[in-house]
Design a binder for this molecule. Structure first.
Ligand code: KIV
Length: 273
């Protein structure tokens, strides 16, 4: 008799079907061990290109490569069993043409086993979103503040707070929704705009600085755990793990210096012959 594994991993259509229902819960994850901790509590995990800043100390996400995303995507897949895993396409790996985007997305999905990709941009990416969706690649969109565009934006600040900017972001969200995105991240935009987009578009919206009006929420795990030095206004720290790590390392260092660690319980005795 064959035994089936108990839980099925969530898919992009499962997330798509949650529009207007129970809020969708998500966090970023970059490692197998954090993925293991996060997996039971979220609907999807994003292997975000924010890993360039959070894990590697880069100033922006611009230098992140496809190889970096694949390595961490593989780790997150190994550490999880239930949540959908979405992997970001990094800057320069998809904007050139729909064909370039398909080649990168296919490589990411084949080499990681993840269930979807995310890319940044609205109207300018709509043709690409349709091209990918038509060819079996579930696409999560990302509009509002798009960190990969930092060199044209100039700074990481909230957008859509005046009429002209709000109209552009609404048009961006509508374009990629119509093109077939299965969900859309709304980053750092005003609440009325997030509410309007969420009411108007068919796929669920996932807010990060997008207000409770969105269909779901995402945060960078390290930000909400209190491991990041500076965090944007939209982050709530649900824990302060940073000082706890500092205190543990300080205690370890002083015990090593005092020769009180390792203690007898950590030492191997010779085998009795
Ligand atoms: O890279 C990332 O972590 C993201 C989230 C901020 C949505 O894109």
């Amino acid at each position: 008799m064959s035994v089936q594994s108990a839980a099925r991993r969530l898919t992009a259509p499962d997330i798509r079907a949650r529009k207007g229902g129970e809020p969708i819960v998500s966090l970023t994850a970059y490692h197998a061990h954090t993925a293991r901790l996060v997996d039971p509590h979220v609907d999807f995990m994003l292997v975000g290109d924010s890993l360039g800043m959070v894990m590697h100390g880069l100033e922006t996400t611009v230098p992140v490569t496809v190889d970096m995303m694949i390595l961490q995507g593989q780790a997150v897949m190994r550490g999880s069993a239930r949540a959908l895993v979405v992997v970001d396409l990094p800057f320069g790996s998809y904007e050139g043409s729909p064909q370039q985007a398909f080649a990168t997305a296919a490589r990411v999905l084949k080499e990681t086993g993840a269930g979807a990709i995310k890319l940044e941009g609205g109207r300018r990416m709509a043709e690409t979103v349709r091209f990918l969706a038509d060819r079996g690649v579930p696409v999560m969109g990302h509009v509002g503040l798009t960190p990969q565009a930092i060199n044209t934006l100039g700074s990481f600040k909230a957008l859509g707070r005046d009429e002209a900017s709000a109209a552009l972001i609404l048009d961006d969200a509508r374009s990629i929704a119509e093109a077939g995105a299965f969900s859309i991240v709304l980053e750092a935009i005003s609440e009325p705009l997030a509410r309007q987009i969420t009411q108007e578009v068919a796929p669920p919206t996932i807010g990060i600085g997008g207000s409770p009006a969105c269909d779901g929420q995402i945060l960078v795990l390290e930000d909400m755990l209190g491991l990041s030095d500076r965090v944007p206004r939209f982050v709530k720290k649900f824990a302060e793990i940073g000082p706890a790590i500092g205190a543990a390392v300080e205690a370890y260092a002083s015990e090593v210096r005092a020769r009180s660690f390792p203690g007898p319980e950590h030492v191997y005795a010779p085998k009795k012959s």
